[in-house]
Design a binder for this molecule. Structure first.
Ligand code: CP
Ligand code: NVA
Length: 299
């Protein structure tokens, strides 16, 4: 049976650790252009903007010897109401694998249900699993003992936070999320979370002695009209030097990017000595290569 990556919960602990190990090896091999998947095609169906995810998937597939087709909904008959079930089955006859960035997790799941090829979640309103896999790779590069780490999140309980919660469930990580009231992670995602996953209103509680501190935009793609309102609500949750001082002295600062300096993170912290954000961005390419290799080999 084909295997999809619709959320982190589609992967076991062993699979996640193996993907990260493989991505670290791929990173060391650097520019090697492996021709293993010559003639294979990755479809990228993106309904939202992307710099990192799109280009890192395209480069990763190129490095594997395959090619990529970039598809926007407006250019397909989906925009003229062709049923998802027909689109998925037709695309499966042309492509070998597809990564989808869209609004609704339901659309992604419907595509995956009808597609005969593996489907990857390249971000939905609900989850961003690929981001968290490469973020965990970045943590692994910087920290020795993953078991003992305290990982903090400050800001919106959004799609990236949801994927962190799922990862913390599978890897049993200590995760503290600080979010304003009304912006906590979805209770469905929190269901089944153990004591290792704490949601609090206090950014100081989350940041205290943290080994890793993470944030993301206050208004995600699709929430642009809420930004003014959110600026006031999220003000206390900014990742700034005062919050950084609560963390361990060797804390690493993470942000999946794009960042809004002066909102969720200050320029000083983003550009500061603790920041690993550009390694994070690079690692997306290596992790996507490991992921494509795994999913295409399993087909
Ligand atoms: N982090 C991330 O997914 O970036 P893009 O939106 O640029 O793909
Ligand atoms: N939460 C952000 C992540 C962007 C990579 C968004 O969905 O816009």
């Amino acid at each position: 049976m084909k295997k999809d990556l619709l959320s982190i919960l589609d992967l076991s602990e062993e699979e996640i650790l193996a993907l990260i190990e493989r991505a670290i090896v791929i990173k060391k091999e650097s520019k090697v252009n492996n021709k293993q998947f010559r003639g294979q095609t990755l479809g990228l169906m993106f309904d939202k903007a992307s710099t990192r995810t799109r280009i890192s998937f395209e480069t990763a597939m190129f490095r594997l010897g395959g090619q990529t087709l970039f598809l926007t909904r407006g250019d397909t008959q989906l925009s003229r109401n062709e049923p998802v079930k027909d689109t998925a089955r037709v695309l499966s006859r042309y492509l070998d694998i597809i990564a989808i960035r869209t609004f609704s997790q339901d659309f992604l799941e419907e595509m995956a249900y009808w597609a005969d090829i593996p489907v990857i979640n390249a971000l939905t309103d609900m989850y961003h699993p690929c981001q968290i896999l490469s973020d965990m790779m970045t943590i692994k590069e910087n920290k020795n003992n993953l078991d003992k780490l305290k990982i903090a999140w400050t800001g919106d309980g959004n799609n990236v936070a949801h994927s962190w919660i799922n990862l913390a469930k599978v890897l049993d990580l200590n995760l503290y999320l600080a979010c304003p009231p009304g912006y906590f992670p979805d209770p469905e995602v929190m269901k089944g979370a153990g004591k290792n996953i704490v949601a609090t209103e206090s950014p100081h509680e989350a940041a205290k002695d943290a080994d890793v501190i993470n944030t993301d935009v206050w208004a995600s793609m699709g929430q642009e009209s809420e930004i003014e309102h959110r600026r006031t609500i999220f003000n206390k949750y900014q990742l700034n030097s005062a919050l950084l001082k609560k963390c361990k002295p060797d804390v690493i600062v993470m942000h999946c990017l794009p960042a809004h300096r002066g909102e969720e993170i200050t320029d000083e912290v983003l550009e500061g000595a603790h920041s690993v954000v550009f390694d994070q961005a690079e690692n997306k390419m290596h992790l996507h290569q490991a992921l494509l290799e795994k999913m295409l080999s399993a087909k």
